[in-house]
Each structure stands twice: as C-alpha cells, then as structure tokens.
Write a protein that binds this ligand. Structure first.
Ligand code: PLP
Length: 453
C-alpha cells in the first residue's frame, strides 16, 4: 500500500534513546508503575506498521498505538505538514480572532460526516470532546427553555475518557470508584456483552436488541422532561470490544426522538475508518445529534479532538443577540495550528489511499484469521470482530483476573507484537495501512503466545 508500510528502515542502526537511568519521576497513566519500572517496555521509533524499542527490536503494531494511528506511523506528508506549520505559525489565539486552519478543517470534516452533523467544535482529546458534548447538550436544552433537562444517561462498561463528565457517564468501575460520586443525575443502561448467548459471533451479535429498552425504562423512571442526553460508544473499545446487536442503536435513536433527548455517539475509537466507513454512524445507519472524535482525527500525531454538532443543536445557540458569546466553553488549544495541519494532512492521506474503506475490504480476511485463533488455547471463551477491530477473551485464572491478559501482552511484546489488553481480553486494532501479510504475521505471533498462557 505504501512504501513505508512493510518494514522499519534503519533496523541495524543505533537504537533510539536508552532506558533512562531513573524512571521514578514520570507517573505513567493507567499503568502498574512499580511493575513497569522493573520490566520496562520502551518504544523509541515508529514507521509504517512498526515500532522499534530502545533495544532496536522491531514490533508490529497491532493496535495503531492506542487505537489512534490509523494512517500508520511517521507518514511523510503528515510529518512535513506539522513541521511546516510549526515554522510558519506556532499558535493563534482564538478569542474573537483565529487562524484560517480550523475553519478549513471543520469544512473538510463536515464533508466526511453524516448530515446534518454540519458544525465542529475543536478540543484536544477524547475526554475533552465528551465533556464538551455533555455540556453542549445541557446548554442546548436551557437555550430552548428546558433548563430542567440536566440528567445524563450512559452505559455500564462504557469508557468516555477521564474528565468528570466522561467518567460519570462511563461505566468502568475502576475508573469511577476512586473519584467520588461524579456528576449528579447520571444513570446507566446495561451493556450489550452477553457471552452466554453470543460467544464467537462473527460481526454483530445476534442477541440483545431488547437491551435498548433499558432507555425507555430510565426515561419512565425519571420523567422524560428531565433528561438531556444519552451517550454511547457505537462499539465499546476500552472495555474489551463490545458490539451492538443489530437494531440496538436504531432503537436508542427512536426512544431519544420520541422524548426530545439528544443522542451522542462517542466515536473516539470508531471514527476515521476503524469500522470501514468514516464513522460508525454511517455504517450502522443511525445519525446521532452529536458525535465525539479524537485519535484518528490526526492519526495520533498531535493531540486533537472534536465534537460534531447537528444543525438543529448548533442553530439554537445562534439565536442570542448579535455580538453575544454563544457558548462559554473552549480550550486554549482548541483548533491548534499544528493539530489542524496534522489533521488536514491526515484526511488527505486517508482520501488518497482509500483508508477509510480499508477495514471493510479486509473485514472478512481479518475475521477469518482472528476466529482461527480459537483453537490456540482451550481457555478462550469468546472472539469478537468488526471492521478492523478484534478481541479475544480468555477465562480468568482462578483468583487472578487480568493475569493471563498481562502475560499475553508481555509475551507478545517480547515476540514483536503490540497488543492491548483489558483484564483478560486482548484487543487488536491495527493501522488501516495493514496488509494481509501483516495480519498473517500478527495472528501467527498471537497464536504462539496464546498457546503458552
Ligand atoms: N471516548 C472513548 C470511546 C475512548 O475510547 C477514549 C479513549 O480511549 C476516550 C473517550 C478518551 O480519549 P482521550 O484519552 O483522548 O481523552
């Protein structure tokens, strides 16, 4: 596909930065820091489909970094765009002024999104996108004279980032329980992972559409006129890949429409080609009122997020007096020039190389290889796939949940493969430049590792 996609030149050259002499100053996020410091895995370089660690070993990227480097690593067009922009204008204030870049980028993004998601608010991360969308939802109802609509509904096992809004609507116990009650007025629907009924489904699971009725139940419990928004990931990634049963998202849309509730899709992982369309909303043919994105927006090169907002939601904020600020919200780095330059070059790369359709082209090949791993370990209790996403779930070891998952991560890394784990679930989401040979290599290494745990 691209000349830099198959190998990492300079393998024999001197490795990058060595392991630092002291590792205790940097507090790594979401990491068992003490364990990591004893057995560090340090990445020093990346190109195409591969990382190189500080010892110079090549590691096939099975996870597009953290679900973000969809165009692969160190793509020259993106690298050059960032460098050029840094030399031209590093930063532009956006308080009643701005640079042309975010205007250009928003117009390009609008072309990619489903109608009527015609307006774009820029943030710096998925977490900020989620909190921004939740705030817009509450403010929208207030702008329309329904200030009592402040309740938010999320889902169990959901991950919506780490902001106060995001963890409140999120449903991962470890991300919530340390940090107090979070936002008031938040409820959770049940998640749609049902291994007993759906184990080893290919693509979407057959059972569970009735779980969408949880929304109807919560609406009735609280009175619809108190509910501002429902937020879901079309496919939950961080909880170990949870897929929606056919018809589930459509049913949420119907219930939201019926009661005047806004529907937000968190597409931080599913956006930008991960499921074989620009956004999962298009593949599932359900259009939300807002859509949060990040990660693949810049192919992970520069931090950036965004919220797509429908015409109807945006319009309500444009009704105030001319000259009045229409939304008291924003970040110093909203629409940062370097991030915009990276995003524009990323969109060009996606378009030129057909990357946003690639997951659809490879979906069957990917699913065949992934499900072929079932025989590699008798402890595999489920395999899930969609687009270029895969998950393999292992039964936990007695008394040590997550231990087998960690073993797989650690042994795969040593073998030269990067995987992501959540507990005992191994998740895969390669860069969209992946070739069949990479997929074969990935599953061959993973099969060997799974056989040892
Ligand atoms: N929403 C979803 C669905 C995510 O998967 C993530 C991160 O993985 C986030 C939000 C948070 O994004 P960030 O880590 O950029 O804040």
């Amino acid at each position: 596909m691209s000349d830099d996609a198959t190998s990492l030149p300079g393998q024999a050259a001197a490795p990058g930065p060595a392991t630092p002499a002291s590792m205790d100053a940097f507090w790594m996020p979401f990491t068992a820091n003490r364990q990591f410091r004893r057995t560090p895995r340090l990445l020093a370089a990346a190109e195409g489909m591969y990382y190189r660690d500080v010892e110079g070993r090549q590691i096939l990227d099975g996870t597009a970094g953290l679900w973000c480097c969809n165009a692969g690593h160190a793509r020259p067009r993106i690298v050059e765009a960032i460098a050029r922009q840094a030399a031209t204008m590093d930063f532009a204030p956006h308080f009643q002024m701005g640079s042309p870049l975010p205007f250009e980028l928003a117009a390009r993004l609008k072309e990619l999104a489903p109608r009527p998601l015609d307006h774009v608010f820029f943030t710096n991360s998925g977490s900020e996108s989620v909190d921004t969308a939740l705030k817009i939802a509450i403010a929208w109802h207030r702008a329309r004279g329904e200030g009592q609509r402040t309740r938010l509904i999320g889902r169990e096992k959901a991950y919506h980032g780490v902001g106060f809004g995001g963890f409140s609507v999120g449903g991962l116990p470890n991300n919530r329980k340390w940090f107090g009650p979070g936002l008031p007025g938040v409820d959770h629907m049940r998640h749609t992972l049902d291994i007993a009924r759906n184990a080893f489904s290919r693509g979407l699971p057959a059972h569970g559409v009735e779980l969408a009725e949880d929304l109807e139940r919560l609406v009735q419990l609280h009175d619809p006129s108190t509910i501002a928004a429902v937020i879901v990931e079309p496919i939950s990634g961080s909880a170990g890949v949870i897929l929606p049963p056919p018809g589930y998202l459509k049913r949420l849309r119907e219930i939201c429409d019926r009661y005047g509730i806004l529907l937000i899709f968190d597409e931080v992982i599913t956006g930008f080609g991960r499921v074989g369309a620009p956004f999962a909303a298009q593949r599932f043919e359900v259009t939300p009122d807002m859509m949060t994105v990040a990660k693949g927006l810049t192919s992970g090169c520069v931090p950036m997020g965004a919220v797509f907002v429908s015409d109807r939601v945006h319009e309500a904020f444009m009704q105030g007096p001319e000259g009045a600020i229409d939304l008291f919200h924003g970040y110093t780095y909203s629409g940062h020039p370097l991030a915009c330059a990276a995003a524009l070059a990323t969109l060009d790369t996606y378009a030129e190389e057909g990357l946003l359709a690639r997951a659809l082209e490879l979906e069957d090949y990917w699913a065949d290889g992934l499900h072929g791993l079932r025989s590699s370990n008798p402890g595999i209790i489920d395999i899930r796939n969609y687009g270029l996403i895969g998950a393999i779930e292992l039964a936990p070891q007695d008394g040590a949940p997550g231990a087998r998952g960690y073993q797989v991560l650690e042994r795969a890394f040593r073998k030269g493969l990067l995987v992501r784990t959540t507990g005992d679930t191994i998740a895969l989401s390669p860069p969209l430049i992946v070739e069949r040979q990479h997929i074969d290599d990935m599953f061959s290494m993973l099969g060997e590792v799974l056989a040892t745990v």
